[in-house]
Design a protein around this ligand. Structure first.
Ligand code: DPP
Ligand code: ZN
Length: 879
């Protein structure tokens, strides 16, 4: 497979102004007739040759302007259709035969259970018909679908339904027309025997929009939360971004077999069932929040993605980074802003930082790829959103909104670049984002090293901040970034007034305790004056930039920030840092053969937190959660992560806190019991999350915690509490503790796919010696299916990603298991195979494991028939 470069971008030499498609859906095969209204793109030369994309297609007929095309005028290649001597304007028509029933890649048109559905982003449309399958070719689509009336009473595509008729042969025919030009990746089709719920939304200008969610009949009661979320998203986008919906209909369809979470096809969003269905017995609290966020994300794409789309796939973050920023703002407004921020930063630091330090590291706007599917990454999405957030911080909310308005107004109906976005932000605000653009072009996580100096006589305090960025593949030397460092200074009685040396006091704010320092040079010193005492610096408030920050805090300083800072994020982050430092210390003690001695300071800090009734329980739950094993491994650095040591130390700290704070934990646990019927309200969710944290500590500390977990499992009226109990029992108990409840869970909920998936995940993350045999055994379970991405992710993905102790077993059996599954999936579903592989690519991190991990990668590399997806990840990570 070859490499594609951003620098080679060329505009298409033909445009497709109108696209008419006719599908005849059958049980063996589907016939697709296309009518493409082509127009030469004279801006881009006058070549009469056109190369269309096409994959796994059988070309049955081909016509030009109504006449059969002479075979000398075209050539069918492996993944192309080459056309010669095309007139400047013409109608090209093709009939292709495809076999959706055999399509296990879940790209293009395929079967999921009893229905037909599509997934065309990024390059799936070429598996439907020959086309210019690239986002800068925008076309008005008209779609006719013929299908068996009994089997497929529901036939959907983008835009408006214009006609329905019954054909003589027992087929229904529908005609859909989408007035908005769109790229092929936003095309969608669904056919099935589906039920739907319906609601409506009145837009700010008074248009009535019909909202429908389509699901299999058995799931019809699980749609309400998604519908409410959709309406909230539509209102929020009007209020906060001034974006109104533009058609009279908006459809959502839930499908079981789906590679991604969901897809923003114009007016026909297709969702993975796991990201849209909600029921207290199948969906956890976190799941409810995820559904709200993803419904919003896909809806927001209607403007940031669909009305204004990407010129090429290197610009993916243009729509994804911006839309993740938008959905994060939405979630913050719907719930707790600080908790949402903590969740996002946790993901960024434990997974995106690792990606940015690994063999697949790439800039937010990559410069090359082999397989674009490999670039739907945490870097493009989450770091991309952080870059947009920094622009928001630099410009302020009003200028940012002006920039967003200008961007949408100027580029409506166009396919544009990240540069166009930045230009609109600059023009609307007057800001110079020249150097800021390095965030788009340079990979790697910048490191900020901060030192301080206190001058008692002068009452001045100096912070010296230096930045650097490690080399990443293809980028050895990095230019300095523009890094907004939001900060404050904490004194004995609270946050201190900030006065920078050489700057006039800010007349607007009497109580000036917060500021954003612009770090844009390799090293800078900021001096604060007029201070009554030596402060503790509160740095990177709200995680104002996606960087690693190093400052030599004492444990006392961290405790002070934890309890006394104005910024919720810094309070949480200080608790994390304290946790890291304590766990690392215990790890060294255990390694030396000593007993674990957990610093009493930490135990008391946890105790104090538990007594803090003023803190939001959701926030308290976050502050009391120890850093994850993965994050600790990431912090250990290359060649130094000792998973067993980390696990033992972390468990010892859990147990120590559990014993030390037993009374307070038991008290909180009891107090927070939710008596009311399950509801996914902020208050209930907060209570359950803090209870789960308490239960975890108590169970780590011994039998009484396990007894509580058992009682919780028996009494729960929802999956959140059931799973929390099962998790605790299976993490800290012995077989006799978890065996019966594990079996009971399946007996009770085995008929609910989404519940079974989580049951698989709990078992995949168990730390005991039987884990690998258990995962292999579960792969034989009648409910497991290698063709279903959700099942694979739940069982194998969780095992490799969330069970470090067993994945990294010394005998290499964890690696072997993953390699075998990837090898099998390579031909079934390359996209999922390549994603699953990620944990093996981190071979540089793990102490004493590099050879074993590499050798599994090498085995994959030597396989016949390796997909481009897996090839790219394997070959880059072996470099
Ligand atoms: N469906 C994916 C998303 O919305 C890709 N566009 O992020
Ligand atoms: Zn998206």
């Amino acid at each position: 497979p070859g490499t594609i470069y951003l620098k080679d971008y060329q505009a298409p030499n033909y445009l497709i102004n109108r696209t008419e498609l006719h599908f005849v859906l059958g049980e063996e095969e589907t016939l697709v007739t296309s009518r493409l209204h082509l127009l030469r793109n004279t801006e881009n030369g006058d070549s009469s040759e056109l190369i269309l994309d096409g994959q796994d297609l059988e070309l049955v007929e081909i016509y030009l302007d109504g006449d059969v095309l002479d075979p000398s005028c075209y050539e069918v290649g492996e993944a192309t259709l080459l056309l010669r001597d095309l007139p400047e304007q013409c109608l090209l028509s093709c009939v292709t035969r495809i076999r959706p029933q055999l399509n296990t890649s879940l790209e293009g048109l395929y079967r999921s259970q009893t229905m037909f559905c599509t997934q065309c982003e990024a390059e799936g449309f070429r598996k439907i018909t020959y086309y210019l399958d690239r986002p800068d070719v925008m076309s008005v689509f008209t779609v006719t679908i013929d299908a068996d009336a009994d089997r497929y009473p529901v036939l959907l595509s983008n835009g408006n339904l214009e006609e329905t008729s019954l054909l003589a042969n027992g087929l229904t025919r529908v005609l859909w027309h989408d007035p908005f030009p769109k790229p092929s990746y936003l095309f969608a089709l669904v056919a099935g025997d589906l039920e739907h719920i319906e609601d409506s939304f009145t837009t700010c200008s008074g248009r009535e929009v019909a909202l429908r969610i389509y699901v299999e009949e058995k799931d019809i009661d699980k749609c309400d939360h998604a519908m409410d979320s959709l309406k909230r998203s539509m209102r929020w986008d009007e209020e906060v971004f001034g974006r109104e919906y533009d058609l009279d209909i908006f459809n959502v369809v839930a499908v079981d077999d789906f590679n991604m979470g969901a897809m923003e096809n114009k007016s026909l969003n297709i969702f993975n069932t796991s990201c849209v269905l909600c029921d207290p017995n199948t969906t956890t609290d976190v799941g409810y929040q995820r559904v709200e966020a993803i419904v919003a994300h896909e809806y927001f794409h209607n403007w940031s993605g669909n009305r204004v789309t990407c010129r090429d796939w290197f610009q993916l973050s243009l729509k994804e980074g911006f839309t993740v920023f938008r959905d994060a703002e939405f979630s913050s407004d719907m719930g707790s802003r600080t908790v949402k921020r903590v969740e996002d930063v946790t993901l960024l630091r434990s997974a995106q930082f690792a990606e940015d330090a690994g063999p697949m590291a790439h800039p937010v706007r990559p410069e090359s790829y082999i397989e674009i599917n490999n670039f739907y990454t945490l870097t493009v999405y989450e770091k991309g959103a952080e870059v947009v957030r920094m622009i928001h911080t630099l410009l302020g909310p009003q200028a940012f909104r002006a920039g967003s308005d200008l961007y949408f107004a100027r580029h409506d109906g166009q396919a544009v670049t990240c540069e166009d976005f930045v230009l609109a932000m600059e023009e609307a605000s007057g800001a110079d984002l020249g150097q800021f653009r390095n965030w788009y072009s340079q990979a790697g996580t910048p490191r900020l090293t901060v030192t301080d100096a206190w001058n008692k006589e002068a009452g001045s305090y100096a912070l010296t901040i230096s930045q650097s960025c490690p080399a990443t593949p293809g980028q050895d030397d990095k230019k300095p970034f523009v890094i907004p460092v939001a900060m404050g200074l904490l004194g004995d009685a609270g946050n201190l007034r900030l006065q920078l040396q050489g700057e006039a006091p800010d007349p607007d704010t009497e109580d000036n305790t917060h500021m954003v320092l612009m770090v844009d040079k390799p090293e800078q010193t900021f001096v604060f004056e007029g201070l009554p005492e030596k402060p503790v610096p509160s740095l990177l408030r709200g995680f104002s930039a996606p960087v690693r920050l190093e400052f030599d805090y004492s444990r006392n300083d961290l405790c002070r920030l934890m309890s006394g800072d104005d910024d919720g994020f810094v309070r949480w982050d200080s608790a994390q840092s304290l946790g890291v430092s304590v766990i690392t210390e215990v790890q060294a003690q255990l390694l030396a053969g000593d007993e674990a001695q957990v610093d009493p300071l930490f135990l008391e800090a946890c105790g104090a937190l538990l007594q803090d009734d003023a803190l939001d329980p959701a926030m308290l739950a976050e502050m009391l959660s120890l850093p994850s094993e993965n994050y600790l491994a990431e912090l250990a650095g290359e060649g130094a992560a000792d998973v067993q040591g980390i696990y033992r130390a972390r468990t010892a700290v859990l147990a120590a806190v559990g014993s030390h704070c037993r009374e307070a934990l038991e008290q909180r646990y009891a107090q927070l019991a939710v008596e009311a019927k399950y509801a996914a309200t902020g208050e209930q969710i907060a209570a359950r999350s803090l209870r789960a944290v308490c239960l975890n500590y108590l169970a780590a500390a011994g039998a009484s915690g396990l007894a509580l977990a058992n009682a919780q499992f028996a009494a729960a009226d929802n999956i959140t509490e059931r799973l929390a109990a099962l998790r605790v029992l299976s993490q800290f108990g012995s077989r006799s503790d978890w065996e019966a409840p594990m079996a009971k869970f399946y007996d009770d909920w085995g008929h609910e796919t989404l519940a079974v998936n989580q049951w698989l995940a709990v078992q995949a993350s168990m730390p005991d010696d039987g884990a690998i045999a258990r995962v292999r055994h579960l792969m034989e379970h009648p409910d497991f299916d290698l063709r279903n991405p959700n099942k694979v992710r739940s069982l194998v993905g969780t095992f490799a990603g969330q069970n470090p102790l067993n994945f990294h077993r010394e005998d290499g059996s964890g690696y072997r298991l993953l390699r075998q599954v990837v090898a099998e999936l390579n031909s079934i579903n390359p996209q999922i195979a390549s994603r699953l592989l990620a944990p093996l690519t981190k071979w540089r991190y793990y102490q004493g494991r590099a050879e074993q991990m590499r050798s599994e990668l090498e085995l994959l590399a030597s396989m016949d028939g390796l997909s481009a997806d897996v090839f790219e990840v394997v070959s880059k990570s072996l470099k």
